[in-house]
Write a protein that binds this ligand. Structure first.
Ligand code: IMP
Ligand code: MG
Length: 215
């Protein structure tokens, strides 16, 4: 039976685009299905290409430069590993004086927790962020548990200000209400890889964001 292509919506505030693609969904947790993890990159459909990413990163940096124009120093906190490519592109376009920190948290699907949405701190920022203007830089917000955890963690350290930026967000998957001040793209409920995003550590360094189909 031929399935009708679904329309995924890729949204940026300035530009609305619809993108025809085939139905896809989240893959099973790592290890349960090796076929999806071993698909060659070329077989994966592009959802957001490198030019659209670059254009949107420029726009996000412009917004950040405007909003923090009067700030002496901004602290960009990248959430490892997924944000490393986005953060490196964004930070080179942010002209406001800033420094970069990294934090690492465990995500679901690691088989370590029985509690849905539980997040564990693996590596903290190197320097204190108390009294600083902090911008959390995330690759993707799915259920929102990770960002919600990070916002609570940092808020307790009393920064001068705290905001969050995510390259990709999946509104259909939201489980917690979390503030995201800068969003690159809203996408439907598909698993995406590339530009820092992975599936079981694969496909992270692809230059475009591609859909990993459910097997
Ligand atoms: P959340 O806590 O459910 O919002 O999930 C956050 C983390 O799950 C992200 O920072 C990613 O590491 C991972 N994640 C969620 N969706 C995807 C995806 O489509 N591709 C790759 N990683 C994802
Ligand atoms: Mg992440």
């Amino acid at each position: 039976m031929t399935r009708k292509p679904q329309v995924w919506l890729c949204v940026s505030p300035r530009r609305r685009e619809t993108h025809e693609t085939t139905p896809s969904g989240c893959p099973p947790p790592a290890g349960e299905n090796t076929r999806v993890a071993t698909l060659a990159a070329v077989e994966l459909e592009i959802l957001i290409d490198r030019d659209a990413i670059a254009e949107r990163v420029d726009e996000l940096a412009e917004e950040i430069n405007r909003d923090y124009a009067d700030v002496d120093e901004l602290v960009l906190v990248g959430v490892l590993k997924g944000s490393f490519i986005f953060l490196s592109d964004l930070s080179r376009r942010v002209t406001v004086p800033h420094r970069v920190e990294f934090i690492s948290v465990s995500s679901y699907g690691d088989g370590e927790s029985e509690v849905p949405g539980a997040v564990r701190l693996i590596m903290d920022v190197r320097h204190d962020i108390g009294g600083q203007h902090v911008l959390i830089v995330e690759d993707i917000v799915d259920t929102g548990h990770t960002l919600s955890y990070l916002e609570r963690l940092f808020a307790a350290r009393e920064p001068a200000s705290l905001k969050a930026c995510a390259l990709v967000r999946k509104p259909d998957r939201a489980e917690v209400d979390v503030a995201i001040d800068y969003v690159g793209f809203d996408i439907h409920d598909v698993w995406v890889v590339g530009y820092g995003l992975d599936f079981a550590e694969r496909h992270r360094t692809l230059p475009d964001i591609r859909i990993l189909p459910r097997s």
